[in-house]
Design a protein around this ligand. Structure first.
Ligand SMILES: Cc1cc2nc3c(=O)[nH]c(=O)nc-3n(C[C@H](O)[C@H](O)[C@H](O)COP(=O)(O)OP(=O)(O)OC[C@H]3O[C@@H](n4cnc5c(N)ncnc54)[C@H](O)[C@@H]3O)c2cc1C
Ligand code: FES
Length: 359
């Protein structure tokens, strides 16, 4: 009699397992579903992967700098008639976005038919096979990396936008602003600062070599030069934040620098400065352009006769009324936040402030 008990138990467990698999197939992951995108494209879906991964499988690339960990907040999309956001999404969604049904695509699974919207520009983002053709030390902790685009062989981007780099071997993706000229569509340059113990930046600084094959996606982002504007510009960057501003300045240089531009760059000591000569030359060529590098804590051996102080203090000292100006800011979220306060003190209009926090 006793030996029958385990047999019965195993039998019951097998039946429960079978029923669970069947239920999942019918209700959850297995069934055929569709995503209707922008009221136009129908995407058939099997499985219940996230919206981010499902779209990526169909070559639609939503920005995802944290690779789906709900820490970058970049992967937003609009879910029409969707459910409640998860707690992981809430820190990234404003009240208005919550009202509008904006969600994080890495946190929402395709468990049923869905109607969604994404900005049309995102449909231009592609996956690129590339080859590293140049690596250069710009400072002790910043490298320039140039990629030859192989397939597709050109990327059309706006000056200021960013690309995403997939780190081979590790399942991670990171965002990097495009530092090169937008007219150079077959090669992309990125400026990458080593973050201590950072996964992607340690790979780039310690392992990446010329000849390596790397996957990039892009272009992404709504931080780019407002080409139709004629306003005076104030650009502020720190560390690797120079990347998108460089692309913007290359673009303006080709047009004969039609707008007055003042560019503040914040570093700690002289060894953190780079492209100084390049920007000094630009200011000699175009009186409309002024380059103001500033050191927050120059080394006694730096022999520095330029601006000294936090970048916020330097901007404050050099700035008059900004009512008719436009600002472009790039760097750490802390730096950007502090600089916006200074710009507001000088009466900049909120709608004329553009920024890309490298978070
Ligand atoms: C739109 C956008 C554009 C960007 N453009 C550039 C660019 O042009 N050049 C560039 O170098 N970076 C840029 N970044 C930052 C970049 O995407 C990575 O976050 C950064 O390189 C760190 O990646 P990691 O994998 O090495 O570090 P992780 O492994 O992700 O992080 C390791 C640790 O470092 C902390 N950390 C992460 N990022 C930073 C940081 N920037 N500074 C200090 N601590 C950090 C993390 O909180 C974590 O504790 C950009 C980010 C965004 C969102
Ligand atoms: S991919 Fe970063 S929050 Fe979704």
């Amino acid at each position: 009699m006793n030996f029958l008990v385990p047999v019965i138990l195993i039998g019951v467990l097998l039946i429960i397992s079978f029923l669970l698999i069947l239920a999942e197939k019918l209700i959850g992951s297995g069934g055929e579903k569709i995503i209707k995108l922008n009221d136009d494209k129908i995407i058939p879906v099997t499985g219940n992967n996230t919206v981010l991964n499902t779209l990526s499988e169909h070559k639609i690339f939503i920005p995802s700098a944290c690779g789906g960990k709900a820490t970058c907040g970049l992967c937003k999309f609009k879910l029409i008639d969707g459910g409640e956001p998860k707690p992981t999404e809430l820190p990234f969604l404003s009240k208005q976005e919550l009202k509008d049904g904006i969600r994080l695509s890495c946190q929402v699974k395709v468990s049923d038919n869905m109607k969604i919207e994404i900005p049309k520009e995102l449909l231009n983002a592609k996956e690129y096979k590339t080859k590293v053709i140049h690596i250069e030390d710009l400072t002790h902790d910043i490298k320039l990396v140039r990629f030859q685009l192989i397939e597709p062989n050109e990327m059309i981007f706006k000056p200021g936008q960013y690309a995403q780099l997939k780190v081979p071997g590790l399942d991670i993706i990171r965002a990097y602003s495009i530092a090169s000229h937008p007219k150079e569509t077959s090669q992309i340059e990125l400026i990458i600062r080593q973050v201590p113990k950072g996964l992607a930046t340690t790979f780039v600084h310690k392992a990446l070599e010329v000849g390596d094959k790397i996957i990039l996606t892009g272009p992404y982002g709504d931080f780019y030069l407002q080409e139709e504007s004629e306003r005076e510009m104030i650009c502020i960057a720190g560390g690797s934040g120079k990347a998108p501003i460089r692309s913007i300045l290359y673009f303006l240089r080709d047009q004969g620098m039609p707008r007055k531009v003042r560019y503040f760059f914040g570093a700690v000591t002289k060894k953190d400065l780079y492209y100084t000569e390049e920007f000094k030359e630009l200011s000699k060529e175009f009186p409309n352009f002024e380059y103001i590098p500033a050191l927050s804590a120059p080394d006694p051996n730096d022999d520095w006769d330029g601006e000294v102080g936090l970048i916020t203090e330097v901007v404050d000292r050099h700035t008059a009324d900004l009512t008719e100006s436009e600002a472009y800011l790039c760097g750490s979220p802390g730096m950007i936040h502090a600089c916006i306060k200074v710009l507001e003190k000088h009466k900049i209009r909120q709608e004329n402030v553009f920024f890309d926090p490298f978070s």
